[in-house]
Write a protein that binds this ligand. Structure first.
Ligand code: DXP
Ligand SMILES: NCC(=O)COP(=O)(O)O
Length: 237
């Protein structure tokens, strides 16, 4: 039964729509924990479109479960991570023009910059996860780079239905086996919802799922604590 990581980025998206101080993602994180979250995830983007530096700094003091920071390998945000010290850092790709993350980090093409960021984060005592597409060569490089975990990008699985989704699920199952065999923890996330999460949760090697947008969407109608509790129950089935 995988753990549940709750990504609270899009609570901050609503706040930033008016550049005000509510809804506060710090409150969402507390309610997520009360709803059964095993991890709180937040993405400090270079363009600060949602999560702000203050959110990370306060959550470091208030979150009682694992704190997972998603970040690009850019020097300034790596420096912030090394100062604040989340429990885990998940290296992700970023493009300012993107609406949301479009794929996994290409650690094969960017081995040097990824290795540099990993070295700095590891020296700060932070555990490393790499956000990757289910590609064998990317997973091999993750093991070479010494990552503790790989978070599989489930965006393609979530985007499609029918035979195409089945094909993506098979890729994810095979990638999970490869990650586990290489001695790394298997995580997954992006685009997972109350209707598509269970086949991913049932992958035998799956240790943790990171889910955000769907939980925040459901929380608008049922409240954050209940939205998390509902997802926790689904993931445990
Ligand atoms: C890496 C990933 O899949 C998401 O957690 C990421 O946070 C997406 O970025 P937005 O939250 O800005 O959509
Ligand atoms: N890394 C995936 C994540 O944290 C949440 O992604 P989403 O559920 O908001 O698409």
């Amino acid at each position: 039964m995988p753990h549940l990581g709750v990504n609270i980025d899009h609570v901050a998206t609503i706040r930033q729509a008016r550049k005000t101080n509510e809804p506060d993602p710090v409150w969402a994180a507390a309610l997520a924990e009360l709803g059964g979250a095993d991890c709180i995830t937040l993405h400090l983007r270079e363009d600060r479109r949602h999560i702000q530096d203050r959110d990370l700094e306060v959550m470091r003091q208030t979150v009682k479960v694992k704190l997972n920071l998603e970040l690009a390998t850019e020097a300034d945000v790596v420096d912030i991570a090394c100062r604040v010290k989340p429990d885990q850092a998940t290296l992700v790709p970023e493009r300012r023009e993107e609406v949301t993350t479009e794929g996994g980090l290409d650690v094969v093409s960017h081995e040097a910059s990824v290795a540099k960021a990993i070295g700095q984060l590891r020296d700060a005592g932070i555990s490393i996860s790499l956000f990757l597409d289910p590609e064998p060569k990317q997973i091999e490089m993750a093991a070479k780079l010494g990552a503790e975990a790989v978070e599989l990008h489930t965006g393609q699985y979530a985007l499609h239905g029918g035979a195409e989704q089945e094909k993506e699920l098979t890729r994810l199952i095979q990638a999970a086996e490869q990650i586990h065999a290489a001695g790394m923890q298997v995580l997954a996330g992006h685009g997972l919802t109350y209707t598509n999460v269970q086949p991913i949760a049932q992958i035998p090697e799956m240790a943790e799922l990171n889910i955000g947008h769907s939980i925040v969407s459901r929380a608008v109608f049922v409240g954050f604590r209940d939205a998390v509790a509902e997802m926790k129950r689904l993931v445990a089935l």
